[in-house]
Design a protein around this ligand. Structure first.
Ligand SMILES: [Zn+2]
Length: 298
């Protein structure tokens, strides 16, 4: 890797909760249904697997296509099989066409059980992309990733040296594999140390987890759980997941903007009479509940 550049960057200033949306499913475009939140994440991979959609969004740009006036952040967190398909020029072209307000740097794949040289070469690649992305003229979000503490620590240090101050940590797979609590505390410690040493104020967003984690250093969360769980008929209350039929909550009225006093039982009835409207209401309820629950944890 050639020597690293440096750039002065301002913090993104993440909201406490930033919903991810599904760009291929308008039911997740909550602003069309009267709910206003200032920021969203759009996962790039949803466009990469749909050529027609990609062509249309590329010709209009994300803002025009979505009709969303807030800030749109592009997420590069993607399935492994898509990662190797994109070269630097592809990323630059996509970003130029899509015109997001900020972008995460490209994802890599690191597995804790890979031979170390593989995960190190991926970590070096991450830093190399972080360096190349400095050429872009939009705000950037660094990535907290690595197969072990050493790699995570090194990747954070290098990115901060380049000027990165806002970071996203993809956490869904780590949580599923029961590795998140092995790696997250070390990542937080690395961020704290390098922040102290460089006197830079850093921020950390946890990407892909649908509930609050117990670390107070986390500034922000982003997920699609509010929408995915609604499709499964799951209902959030106080930031926790319930089955619709859970007797504990089934007959409790909800005063959120979407429910307007309806209880889960009434949502079930609504779904039976008008599936579309019921699902839409449940998804918006989940979104508002998650937003409130995460804000309270501040
Ligand atoms: Zn509600």
């Amino acid at each position: 890797m050639s020597s690293l550049s440096e750039k002065s960057m301002a913090k993104i200033g993440f909201e406490r909760f930033i919903p991810q949306i599904d760009i291929s499913d308008k039911k997740s475009w909550f602003w069309r249904h009267g709910v206003e939140l200032p920021e969203i994440f759009v996962p790039l991979w949803q466009l990469l697997v749909n050529e027609t959609l990609l062509a249309e969004v590329s010709s209009k740009g994300l803002h025009d296509f979505l009709g969303f006036n807030g800030r749109i952040f592009l997420s590069m967190v993607m399935p492994d099989e898509l990662i190797d398909k994109l070269r630097l020029e592809d990323y630059f072209k996509l970003i130029n066409d899509l015109r997001p307000d900020a972008t995460i740097i490209p994802d890599n794949y690191t597995y804790v059980d890979d031979p170390l040289f593989l995960s190190w070469s991926q970590t070096v690649k991450l830093i190399s992309f972080a360096n190349d992305f400095l050429k872009l003229d939009i705000p950037l979000i660094g990535m907290v990733k690595g197969a072990n503490h050493l790699q995570i620590d090194w990747a954070i240090k290098k990115q901060v040296e380049m000027g990165y101050v806002s970071f996203a940590m993809p956490a869904r797979e780590l949580l599923e594999d029961n590795l998140l609590e092995d790696l997250l505390p070390g990542a937080i410690m690395s961020l704290r140390r390098v922040s102290k040493r460089t006197r830079r104020d850093l921020e950390l967003l946890i990407y892909g987890v649908g509930h609050r984690l117990r670390h107070k250093e986390i500034n922000s969360y982003s997920n699609l759980s509010w929408f995915l769980e609604a499709k499964q008929g799951h209902y959030f209350k106080g930031g926790k997941l319930h089955s619709f039929k859970d007797p504990e909550i089934r007959f409790e009225e909800c005063t959120c903007e979407a429910c307007g006093g309806m209880m889960p039982q009434e949502l079930i009835d609504l779904m039976l009479s008008d599936k579309e409207l019921g699902l839409k209401t449940l998804a918006l309820h989940n979104l508002l509940d998650m937003n409130e629950a995460l804000k309270r944890g501040r």
